[in-house]
Design a protein around this ligand. Structure first.
Ligand code: TRP
Ligand code: SF4
Length: 336
């Protein structure tokens, strides 16, 4: 059976954390064995909110590329590229914007979340919305349709997005009497919620994240900062893993059943203190990420990374150019 084309992108927010790995990158590495995968670094998407200070954008792209490759995404199996290296994606964005109703983009629920991120005050936040941000779902649709992507791995919260992508594809096909554009389907993927060491959502901006690029030493120090059951103060106080919102949550993600049983028992009967318990956790997490970190330090030379991206960009651009020729043709535009 012919493999289906799958597409996914990630914003270059700088070096990625273990939440990104569990939610995105490890799925990418798995999916490349089942589908024809296109994975890209969404630098234009970053600009929809962070367009003023772009001084770190290029180094962020490189760091994210290193994280993608260390996570086992293989450039021989998948096409790994940078969004802005394919100008035809922007052309598709323009053309699709013509058939996309304004109220479709305004209705997008995730837009509301993004607006909320722009400023505390809702009214102020609304004033901050640019034309580019309003259109980012159309840009996302262009990413997908530019490679004629049929499958898009998403978490539950992003299913609404794809609904809009399907609406746009369907409307294009209907107006121009073609079946060129596929209606992309979402592929629901496991995205465990990973708390940061302070109990809030793990995020670079909160400074509570454990990065793939962290050395084992740095990572262990961060694990020791994780909050635990507030009732277990002294080593001799019994605790409850259910109330240990961060450290035990990480045990549940990374440890096997047998270890979890041991932790439950030792915590509840005060056989262990939180410091020792977290030291053990750090060991488990470090061995989980050992191979990825080894690979990451092996990418010392930025030139090697740029070469891999270059090759991916070329491959992706060829596919996208072909799509755009067909899109122009359907719209009676000439390819000059
Ligand atoms: N919007 C996604 C994010 O913010 C990144 C992204 C851009 C994407 N285009 C996409 C994901 C297309 C899947 C498909 O992380
Ligand atoms: Fe959490 Fe372990 Fe401390 Fe129990 S002993 S509260 S599981 S860190």
């Amino acid at each position: 059976m012919k493999k289906k084309r799958l597409l996914s992108g990630i914003r270059p927010t700088g070096s990625l954390h273990i939440g990104h790995y569990l939610g995105v990158l490890c799925n990418w590495a798995k999916l490349q064995n089942e589908h024809e995968c296109f994975y890209f670094i969404a630098d234009w998407h970053t600009l929809t909110t962070k367009y003023k200070d772009t001084s770190e954008l290029q180094s962020d792209i490189l760091e994210v590329a290193k994280d993608i490759l260390s996570s086992g995404v293989d450039p021989n199996k998948s096409t790994i590229y940078v969004q802005s290296a394919i100008p035809e994606v922007a052309e598709l964005h323009l053309l699709l914007s013509m058939v996309t109703y304004q109220n479709w983009v305004e209705r997008d629920p995730t837009l509301k979340d993004m607006v909320r991120m722009l400023a505390e005050d809702e009214e102020k936040a609304k004033e901050e919305v640019t034309y580019g941000l309003l259109g980012y779902v159309v840009l996302q649709t262009s990413d997908i349709l530019s490679v004629l992507g049929e499958l898009v791995p998403v978490g539950k919260d992003q299913v609404a997005h794809l609904e809009l992508s399907r609406d746009i594809a369907r409307r294009f096909n209907h107006i121009y009497k073609t079946n060129l554009l596929p209606e992309p389907k979402s592929l629901l993927t496991e995205t465990p919620s990973v708390p940061g060491v302070d109990g809030r959502k793990m995020s670079k901006s909160y400074g509570n994240d454990i990065k793939l690029e962290d050395s084992e030493e740095v990572a262990s120090k961060k694990v020791l900062q994780m909050i635990t059951d507030p009732k277990k103060i002294k080593r001799t106080d019994p605790g409850n893993p259910e109330d240990c919102q961060v450290a035990y949550k990480h045990y549940e993600i990374f440890a096997d059943k047998k270890t979890l049983d041991v932790v439950q028992d030792e915590c509840k009967t005060a056989k262990i203190g939180c410091v020792d318990c977290k030291k053990r956790l750090a060991g488990i997490m470090n061995s989980y990420f050992h191979e990825i970190r080894e690979r990451r330090v092996s990418f010392k030379n930025d030139k090697d990374i740029l070469e891999i991206l270059d090759a991916g960009n070329k491959k992706a651009r060829q596919v996208v150019r072909h799509t755009l020729e067909q899109v122009r043709d359907a719209m009676k535009l000439k390819t000059w």
